[in-house]
Write a protein that binds this ligand. Structure first.
Ligand code: FAD
Length: 496
């Protein structure tokens, strides 16, 4: 295939200079964004090299693995554990559907863990094959910038390789942060939580974000006692307040002990386990304490500042709308830029990079209507604007439609857990600005709703869509009565 290079926004033939580089593109980090960008660039004819740290499920500054966080210690292993944990509730419900199950149902954590490890090993192999099939040259080792067009890779045995590249893409992701409190070394982060030898009987989860909520649900679903400690009044800051309250209610309904407006003061090792002391003086006993208290961009060891690449005050690499840094030959995508830290977004940014630089199609990632899911049990999923965001951005009034109902399955199982749906509509244009759902299958349903929002669907179009019966999803097209109209100048609710 002919080599195409886009130089400063123009598609042109490789210049004489280009031929002196070892690679057209060298990528540091073979996670979601890096693999996507390198494969697509190679498919457009670029000569591509990529480096990645050696594989292990638990990451460190010198440990990683092809596939990155999503595959090895994020979305995939987490979802496998969510599936595993969901059977707990399903088995309870099954009895009401006529299943005769003996009183004691055992759960074998080690068996599930082995299956999870087998799966991430398989995916690691698939990602390596994806790279080699695309003709991308993979190097195992730690990459750093040695100049605007120079990358240095330190291999496992300490030997250093040095390569020049016309373009360098940094896609090194992010890593979990630890709280700076006495006894913090007794706590684990999500990497370890996905690879524990034993299922903790008692877990304290610290944090109010989606990762905290998901691990609380996983362990509770497997029968553990779980305390969820978070700073705000409700978990999941940034999501629609009304839906956050629904999630909190469901977590409590499933038996998770919520500790809102609470910080951890210290951790202590005792003969009965780890004691987690809160700033309210509570003493929570645990076998495992999980810090799910945020992630920081992996930018420290890349020699970026020395090379002149600008970072923001969180350590994220500053980029323009095309993912280009202040140095024209250096680009960055994914979590290391801390824009919207999700796998499909890192993929989108990687695709846009390849299109811009090697396909001759300057492309900006579009962050509108990106759907999100929180794989709590039951899950929450959203797309578009929350009520609070809509009010902030609105010129006129906002219409809110909500539906709270007992899913058909619960009428038989007797489970006291409502499904809640919400649509946020622009009163003037009738355009649906946002949708949320908390209930079984919410993420599966929301992907379809995201297509509708991307197409600019109006509430009238939702209403004229024929329902698919009998499903929970059909409720999205039958929400005819207005729940409330909120004045455009009405202030978004609170700082919950
Ligand atoms: P990564 O996938 O992290 O890849 C970066 C790679 O760079 C890593 O493999 C790392 O080892 C490597 N690297 C770092 N430094 C160097 C170096 N110096 N040299 C060579 N290689 C290096 N997102 C979702 O969309 N849905 C979910 O359900 C979801 N669940 C998650 C659950 C958890 C527990 C976590 C932690 C994350 C989850 N995410 C989820 C977020 C998602 O995993 C990330 O947004 C995504 O992986 C970011 O991709 P990336 O390419 O930026 O970084």
């Amino acid at each position: 295939m002919a080599r195409k290079m886009l130089i400063d926004g123009e598609l042109g033939k490789p210049s004489e200079d280009d031929k002196n580089y070892d690679f057209d593109l060298f990528v540091i980090g073979a996670g979601s964004g890096g693999v996507r960008a390198s494969r697509f660039s190679a498919n457009y004819g670029a000569k591509v090299g990529i480096c990645e740290l050696p594989f292990h499920p638990i990451s460190s500054e010198t440990i990683g693995g092809v596939g990155g966080t999503c595959v090895i210690r994020g979305c995939v292993p987490k979802k496998i554990l969510v599936y595993g944990a969901s059977y707990g509730g399903e088995l309870e419900d099954a009895r009401k559907f006529g299943w005769e199950l003996s009183e004691k149902v055992d759960f074998n954590w080690k068996k599930l863990l082995q299956k999870k490890t087998d799966e991430i090993n398989r995916l690691n192999g698939i990602y390596k094959r994806l790279l080699s099939n695309a003709g991308v040259k993979l190097f195992e080792g730690e990459g750093r910038l040695a100049g605007p067009n120079e990358v240095e890779v330190t291999q496992l045995d300490g030997t250093k390789l040095s390569y020049s590249a016309k373009h360098i893409l940094i896609a090194t992701g992010s890593r979990a942060q630890r709280l700076n409190i006495p006894g913090e070394e007794l706590a684990i982060t999500s990497d370890k939580a996905l690879s524990l030898e034993e299922l903790p009987k008692r877990a304290v989860v610290v944090g109010g974000g989606y990762i905290a909520v998901e691990f609380a649900s996983i362990w509770r679903g497997m029968g553990s006692t779980v305390d969820l400690v978070f700073r705000k009044e409700l978990p999941l800051r940034g999501f629609d307040d009304e839906m956050r309250a629904v999630v909190a209610r469901n977590l409590e309904g499933r038996g998770i002990n919520l500790h809102p407006r609470t910080n951890l003061s210290k951790l202590m090792k005792t003969e009965h386990g780890i004691m987690a002391v809160t700033d309210h003086g509570e003493e929570l006993m645990a076998d495992v304490v999980l810090f799910a208290t945020g992630r920081a961009p992996n930018s420290k060891r890349l020699n970026l500042e020395a090379a002149g690449v600008e970072l923001d005050n969180t350590g994220a690499i500053k980029v323009d709308e095309y993912s280009r840094t202040n140095m024209p030959s250096v680009w960055a995508v994914g979590d290391v830029t801390n824009r919207m830290n999700l796998t499909p977004v890192a993929l989108m940014e990687g695709t846009c990079f390849a299109n811009t630089v090697f396909k001759g199609q300057p492309s900006k990632p579009d962050y509108n209507n990106v759907p999100y899911a929180v794989f709590s049990i039951p899950p929450l999923s959203v797309v578009g604007l929350s009520e609070e965001q809509a009010l902030e951005q609105a010129n006129g009034d906002i219409l809110i439609f909500t539906s709270t109902f007992n899913p058909m399955k619960n009428t038989i199982s007797g489970r006291q857990e409502k499904t809640v749906m919400k649509l946020v509509v622009d009163a003037e244009t009738d355009k649906v600005l946002g949708a949320s759902m908390c209930g079984p299958d919410a993420p599966e349903i929301m992907q379809g709703i995201a297509v509708a929002l991307k197409c600019g669907a109006t509430k009238a179009q939702f209403d004229s869509t024929v329902g698919l019966h009998p499903t929970a999803a059909e409720e999205f097209v039958t929400m005819r009565s207005l729940t409330r109209r909120v004045a455009g100048q009405g202030k978004p609710k609170t700082n919950l």
